[in-house]
Design a protein around this ligand. Structure first.
Ligand code: APR
Length: 309
């Protein structure tokens, strides 16, 4: 049986760390692509030389040539310019739209049956760009944001209550930006909603820290943005797809009427399996939650309108 093959575009912090996680888990062979000559080759060789020590035999190469990516099962898109301190995700829009459109077109030609996972920000908008550039159906174009935002929320809940992150579940919906919607009612510790465990002002504080989670890291690092948690979150999606696990994970997907939204990529829970986005997992929202979700979707719609034609 042929091995699974994953192409990771962008050999920067997020791309290289994602590639490392995939090969070290023995999940798939990886092709790391970048526009900079030598960078993907160097990181690919370095990761290959770690294999005997880590004891995996997945293959990894780096390249600047899309011909090497042919026949990939999954294409992860991390190429772009990372956020600088004080820069919003949305400032990045025109530059990253051109980069993402170009790389997706080149990669999709080589792997017409692949599933795309978009990581480049501004995330929801880049999903639109990737969908258009690939011509792929919505089942095969996903954005990585909700897993990361939920992981951040889980981390903050666990810190607040002094419990293991393993027992904390959290749901964050909406766009990957300041208007994201942490759903505290559905966020639980050992099945108990956090709204029953914490006073309302602490819940609000954790929600706000989650919405600001990316900027908090950017402000600390001063150069570049988060990559360990983004890479781990991307890996979780790759794993769910390649192992056909039917995981229920929040991902950016093209809504077609679900949650009252049509024709926009927004983060919602979906069932992830070998066919990509196999089902939107619809849940009932309260009037307030729906209003917050609509506001978040409207913010994504504004950015999509701002895309260069
Ligand atoms: N083709 C291929 N690679 C490209 C292209 C291109 N046209 N343009 C840029 N790149 C590469 C860069 O050379 C760089 O190696 O994309 C890589 C981006 O890596 P970093 O700058 O380290 O950024 P990173 O922290 O990995 O973030 C990547 O993920 O989380 C998001 O907001 C983040 O949009 C950003 C993306």
């Amino acid at each position: 049986m042929a091995r699974n093959k994953v192409t990771v575009i962008g050999a920067g912090n997020v791309g290289a760390t994602t590639a490392q996680r995939i090969v070290e888990a023995g999940l798939a062979d990886v092709v790391l692509v970048d526009i900079v000559e030598g960078l993907p080759q160097g990181k690919g060789l370095d990761l290959a030389e770690a294999a005997p020590v880590v004891r995996h035999d997945a293959a990894i190469i780096g390249t600047n040539d899309y011909a090497d990516t042919a026949g990939s099962d999954i294409i992860v898109v991390t190429s772009g310019i990372a956020r600088k301190p004080g820069m919003s995700r949305d400032d990045l829009i025109a530059t990253n739209a051109a980069i993402v459109g170009g790389v997706v077109k080149a990669a999709a030609e080589q792997s017409p049956n692949a599933i795309l996972i978009v990581v480049t920000n501004p995330l929801d908008v880049m999903c639109h760009v990737a969908c258009k550039a690939s011509g792929f159906p919505r089942e095969r174009v996903l954005g990585m944001a909700g897993v990361l935002d939920s992981a951040r929320f889980r981390t903050f809940i666990a810190m607040e209550l002094g419990v293991s992150v393993a027992d904390v579940h959290a749901f964050v919906l909406g766009g990957h930006g300041d208007t994201m919607v942490p759903l505290s009612r559905y966020s639980t510790v050992a099945g108990v909603p956090i709204t029953e465990l914490l006073p309302a002002d602490r819940v609000t504080a954790l929600e706000q820290r989650t919405a600001n989670g990316g900027a908090e890291i950017v402000a600390l690092l001063k150069t570049g943005s988060a990559f360990y948690a983004p890479a781990a979150s991307t890996f979780e999606m790759v794993d769910a797809i390649l192992r056909d696990r039917k995981r229920v994970l929040p991902c950016a997907t093209l809504l077609q009427g679900e949650f009252g939204v049509d024709g926009l990529f927004v983060g919602v829970p979906v069932v992830l399996g070998r066919n990509g986005m196999e089902r939107v997992f619809e849940i009932t929202l309260t009037a307030d939650e729906q209003a917050a979700f609509n506001k978040s979707a409207a913010a994504v719609a504004e950015l999509v309108k701002a895309l260069p034609a």
